[in-house]
Design a protein around this ligand. Structure first.
Ligand SMILES: N[C@@H](CCC(=O)N[C@@H](CS)C(=O)NCC(=O)O)C(=O)O
Length: 175
C-alpha cells in the first residue's frame, strides 16, 4: 500500500466524513486532515458554512459538501468515489474493498442503498429534530419529527431483515 498522503477535508458533524476518517485510521491510510466548519462562513439558504464560500469552491471542491480530498492537485468529493479512487491509486487490502466483481458489487450495493436510505432518513431526523432548531432558535415541529423518525425506523428495520440468518452479513455471498 502507498504511503503517499493526501489532503482530507472533513467536519466531524458529517457522517460520511466520520466514516472516512475512521476508515483511514483503521486501515492505516495516511491522510492530512483539514477541518472545515459546516456552521461557519457566509449565510446561504439559512445554513452557515465555510463550504459555501467562493474560496472553498475554488480551492477544495466544485460541490459544496464534505468530505473531500485533494491528492496532489486532484480534487474529489463523495465518500464512495473517494474510497474507490484510493483503492485504485493506493491499492489497500481487499478486506476493505474487494476486487472480486461479485464481492465488490455487494459492497457497492450496500453503499448505494445506505446513502438513499439509512443516511438520508437519519440525516433528516437529525436536521429536523436538532440542527434546524439549534440554528434558528425555534422549536422542532413534533409532527414532522414523528414522521421522519418513523421513516428512519423503517430503513433500520429493512437492514435487520436483510441481515437475518442465513444472510450472515450485509455482503455475505451465501444469501
Ligand atoms: N454523498 C455524499 C454526501 C455529502 C454530504 O451530504 N455532506 C454533507 C455533510 S454530511 C454536507 O456537506 N452538507 C452541506 C450542508 O449541510 O450544507 C458523500 O457520501 O460524501
Amino acid at each position: 500500500m502507498s504511503s503517499i498522503s493526501f489532503k482530507f477535508y472533513y467536519d466531524l458533524l458529517s457522517p460520511p466524513s466520520r466514516a472516512l476518517i475512521t476508515f483511514f485510521r483503521v486501515a492505516n491510510i495516511p491522510a492530512e486532515p483539514i477541518p472545515i466548519a459546516l456552521r461557519k462562513g457566509k449565510l446561504a439558504f439559512g445554513v452557515l458554512g465555510e463550504h459555501l464560500t467562493e474560496k472553498y469552491r475554488k480551492e477544495v471542491s466544485r460541490f459544496p459538501t464534505l468530505p473531500c480530498i485533494n491528492d496532489n492537485g486532484f480534487r474529489l468529493s463523495e465518500s464512495v468515489a473517494i474510497v474507490r479512487y484510493l483503492k485504485n491509486t493506493r491499492g489497500f487490502d481487499d478486506f476493505w474493498y474487494p476486487e472480486d466483481p461479485k464481492a465488490q458489487a455487494l459492497v457497492d450495493e450496500y453503499l448505494s442503498w445506505t446513502h438513499n436510505n439509512i443516511r438520508m432518513t437519519s440525516g433528516l431526523y437529525f436536521i429536523t429534530k436538532w440542527r434546524t432548531p439549534i440554528l434558528t432558535g425555534q422549536k422542532a415541529d413534533e409532527k414532522e419529527v414523528a414522521l421522519v423518525l418513523a421513516t428512519m425506523k423503517w430503513t433500520l428495520h429493512a437492514v435487520k431483515i436483510a441481515t437475518w440468518t442465513p444472510r450472515l452479513w450485509l455482503i455475505s455471498t451465501t444469501r
